[in-house]
Design a protein around this ligand. Structure first.
Ligand code: HEM
Ligand code: HEM
Length: 176
């Protein structure tokens, strides 16, 4: 079987692992949040996303992503960079707002899948409401950004056919 070369190279294996682990956890958490499912699991998953995102950003600072295909118009480059930057911001601020909300309310103890306790943030009860509002708003912002991002990925794959989706998929030649 021949492997088609991907113009501009691939993401590293670690970047791909971070991307898909965090993406899966975010999708599960959006789902739980919107249907009002298991909140202990929602909180533990959210804190996991926060910790993984800090690790991911650390990795990203030392490993530049592959360049976009050379013919990519300037506005598309800007749109891609803005979307990705906004994702990193949301991946930190969204879990933090949830953590702030439950820390201010102090209604239920926080733990990580019943394995160990998670401390409350030093948030006064008067700010719990703000955390709650922010969490809802940021949750919907995340939902919108995911929709845009997935639409862009599918456009690259099916319309432009430029290998941009493939370079974020696990494959035999992921760089280290
Ligand atoms: C990837 C991270 C997260 C995502 C995508 C997410 C998303 C959401 C969404 C979409 C909702 C429903 C909002 C609404 O319609 O009212 C929600 C609710 C909630 N989230 Fe999160 N969340 C995340 C992290 C967290 C964290 C870290 C905590 C706490 C430690 C948390 C605690 C809560 C709580 C308690 C609610 C219910 C709020 C209510 O009573 O209405 N979330 N979340
Ligand atoms: C659901 C939560 C998701 C989040 C939070 C997310 C976040 C991100 C971020 C932050 C990047 C930029 C990586 C970097 O260069 O630093 C990225 C890249 C990428 N994502 Fe996602 N993603 C999600 C889901 C998806 C899905 C479902 C797909 C495919 C259908 C996808 C396809 C891609 C592709 C192809 C790239 C590489 C773009 C490029 O080469 O410029 N993502 N994603």
């Amino acid at each position: 079987m021949t492997v088609r070369p991907i113009q501009g190279g691939r993401y590293s294996g670690i970047a791909i692992l971070f991307h898909w682990t965090i993406a899966a956890l975010v999708l599960v958490n959006l789902w739980i949040g919107l249907i009002g499912g298991s909140m202990p699991a929602h909180k533990a998953i959210g804190i996991t996303v926060l910790v993984l995102t800090l690790g991911r950003i650390g990795w990203r600072l030392g490993h530049r992503p592959p360049p976009l295909p050379s013919g990519t118009p300037g506005w598309e480059r800007m749109a891609a960079h803005a979307t990705h930057l906004l994702f990193y911001i949301l991946l930190i601020v969204l879990p933090l707002s949830g953590w702030a909300m439950v820390s201010g309310e102090k209604r239920y103890p926080l733990d990580w899948f019943a394995l160990f306790p998670i401390p409350y943030l030093p948030i006064p009860p008067s700010l719990a409401h703000l955390g709650h509002e922010a969490h809802e708003l940021l949750g919907f912002a995340m939902l919108g950004l995911v929709a845009l991002h997935v639409a862009a990925a599918l456009r690259h794959h099916f319309l432009l056919r430029d290998g941009v989706l493939s370079r974020m998929l696990p494959g035999p030649r992921a760089a280290r």
